[in-house]
Design a binder for this molecule. Sequence first.
Ligand SMILES: Cc1cc2nc3c(=O)[nH]c(=O)nc-3n(C[C@H](O)[C@H](O)[C@H](O)COP(=O)(O)OP(=O)(O)OC[C@H]3O[C@@H](n4cnc5c(N)ncnc54)[C@H](O)[C@@H]3O)c2cc1C
Length: 402
Amino acid sequence: MQPQSIAIIGAGTAGLATAALLAQQGHAITLIERAPALEPVGAGLLLQPAGLSVLHRMGLYQAMCRYGAHIDALVGHTCSGRAIMNSHYRPLGGQAHGLGIHRASLCHVLDSHLQTLPHQRRMGCTVIAVDTQAHQTLVTLEDNQRTDVLAFDAVLIANGSHSQLRPSDWTRYDRLYPWGAMWAMVPIAAPFDVPQLQQRYHRASAMAGILPTGCRPDQPDTPLASFFWSLPVTEMASWQQPDFACAPFEKWRNALHEFWPELDSVLTPLTQAHQLTPATYRDVIMHQWGENRLGVIGDAAHAMSPQLGQGANMALLDAWALGEAMQQSDNWDDVWAHYHQQRGPHIRFYQRMSRWLTPASQSHSRIIATGRDMLFPLMAQVPWLRLQMARTVAGLKTGLLR
Ligand SMILES: Cc1cc2nc3c(=O)[nH]c(=O)nc-3n(C[C@H](O)[C@H](O)[C@H](O)COP(=O)(O)OP(=O)(O)OC[C@H]3O[C@@H](n4cnc5c(N)ncnc54)[C@H](O)[C@@H]3O)c2cc1C
């Protein structure tokens, strides 16, 4: 396609990766981000083989591996030690692996790459409206209490799961998940310094997990792990209350010790409730992700629960698919036709799986938890199903049998 002026709203995984790929093709990119600077915020993410292959093609795989921690398997046990989840990347052959990485490191590697390419950026600017017209798209943004309207050939909305900018008439479903998680970053220690995402469950109403996450760019000598504790959203507010800091927090720490005693070795630094950060997630389904001079990518387009560890992965796949579509088309209609064909089946499959599987680890349902405890270990014994589980986790599937 002829060089276009394109605004990308949001400098997260989707925005940064897309900006780099499109800037490389010669488009005039303006990246607009509401944060004044890219801060080392967020916790650990799991990059899957599908997302890593995009980084490979962008020439960023080695750089990412320098920060991240190789992950070979996802394992989950009940408190009584019964293995429920045991999914390895091994059946995928070769050197397939996941990469636990801090969100700040992922953004740092993508941003360092983007900095080598011509583009403009507006940091500390919040986009409040996007308006598509026949030959341009207008972006209204607030910069230091001043309102600006800028015109571009096209606009890509990449401002995350809580986006208020995705077109409502493209959105079929948008709701907050009833469960979220409290998370914290801690220095990694034995027995968690192994290449595994480990989880422990009591029914589906209690779950803790720990993911080796490698190092942050600003702390290159401290390997970290990301700890999370599943919690209904309705209980999150009480964690923020000043009086939660004392007795209830102590009670939770004691209960956690009973639940998973080995965690003591890594959670010693956590002495106060405010050291844990709440995370909520949305479930967003859209009929379409692009039309004419407007597109929606990343979490803004298909927010889902992080149970399958696909968020950053999908953002990278979106960026790659859009880059390819732009290269192969000479008008926006063709770009979106190509993009929908490429991304549609994959996005729909993972949204469905995420919605079906999340209650198996985050709900009050005893029936679902019992079903999970019976079914998952059985599935792991059948080689074909084990392979399908590995492919699902790796982000490689586009349908139950595809
Ligand atoms: C602060 C933060 C912390 C996170 N921490 C974790 C984590 O610990 N673990 C995990 O699995 N996932 C986390 N995520 C989500 C994870 O980064 C995404 O699922 C994944 O990387 C896909 O990214 P995305 O680019 O679609 O969206 P995001 O990574 O959410 O990026 C969206 C970007 O858009 C910016 N933005 C939002 N609204 C506007 C606006 N109106 N105008 C301009 N800019 C705007 C945001 O500041 C953000 O930088 C976090 C996201 C954020 C923003």
